[in-house]
Design a binder for this molecule. Sequence first.
Ligand code: NAD
Length: 376
Amino acid sequence: MRIVVPKEHTPLDRRVAMTPQAIKRLASDEIQFAVESGAGFGASFTDDEYRDAGAEIVQDTKALFEGADVVVKINGPVKRENGTDELELIPSGALFIAQMRPHENADVLQRLAERGLTAFSMELMPRTTLAQRMDCLSAFSTVAGYMAVIRGAEASSKFFPMLTTAAGTIPPATVLIIGAGVAGLQAIATARRLGAVVEAFDIRPETKEQVQSLGATFVEWEEATEDMQTEGGYAKEVSAEEEEREQQLLADHIAKSDIVITTALVPGRPAPKLISEEMVKGMRAGSVIVDLAAETGGNCELTVKGETVERHGVLVLGQTDLAASLPVHGSLMYGRILSVLLQHIMDDERRIVIDLDDEITTAIAVTHDGNVRYQQ
Ligand code: NAD
């Protein structure tokens, strides 16, 4: 079986789908890896390291894809600057694995199906115990939560820790994290490590203990009950009235925070609007909002997707590239995730089996057998 690792050609993304470490784990007589020359360069992995791990390094793009049984990428297929269309090069019948963003790429899914490819979309991995080690969204949300604090600290004009210096005592920065899921919990831990005083809020009551165990204060809301979460443990969408009362609850906490990091998400829904323009006006000049939900409309009314804007003296960061911003560790995590997934779908003879009765395969297979399986 030939597994192909192309170089990513998505702007600002220096990650690679498989690291030499991940390849070493799987390479054998039955499983050969072909890696595009320079694929790992942006994440600091050299061609020689891939060769040492047992991979063949291929310069020519056409030759790379030839005979591929599996193609693994971070991002979906792209048309490269030189005109090469990756989708056209993947041999019919092969398995393509990437983060496909299926909700916005119906045309790509259609073309993959027409070409007879099976495609796995990694974002659709269920958040279950069995799938935990294959969950790339959680891995990249960990990166994003960490980086949100780093970017917030950089944009702030204050120290995070309390300092006692000859020039006087400096109080610690105050940080509020809204949404205590994967990214939020990592943001809390990171802000605490930097010495800030941290408060956090979530509508799922079970997060209280997790927030407190990281050394942050949980903002209590009597309306936040078990009814606000699904059986699967996700938050439900709050009504417009509840959203307004939540804003009232958070307004004072936001006003006294130096940095607010928002991560509130209900899967498949636009981001809840939790910070209004009025609330931003109530913040001290020089304060910072890092809105991780910028991609899905933003938790703050003033967020501009992909940009940093200054509004009423407050910096509002709406960057959407945070998951890609630690290419070394991001690639190491993704590579590990892919090697677990590939092992999960291999039979005893180390051949890939697409078994739609398998709970992982059926959740992530967006195209198979000439059909688009993904439904919005
Ligand atoms: P998650 O599902 O683990 O956490 C989201 C949390 O928001 C949950 O705990 C949920 O209970 C909470 N929530 C939902 N509605 C709320 C409300 N009304 N008030 C308060 N809390 C509420 O998701 P995650 O993996 O931590 O991702 C968080 C966000 O970060 C998502 O929007 C995701 O798309 C985004 N993200 C952004 C980047 C980037 O580069 N900007 C990268 C990765 C993830």
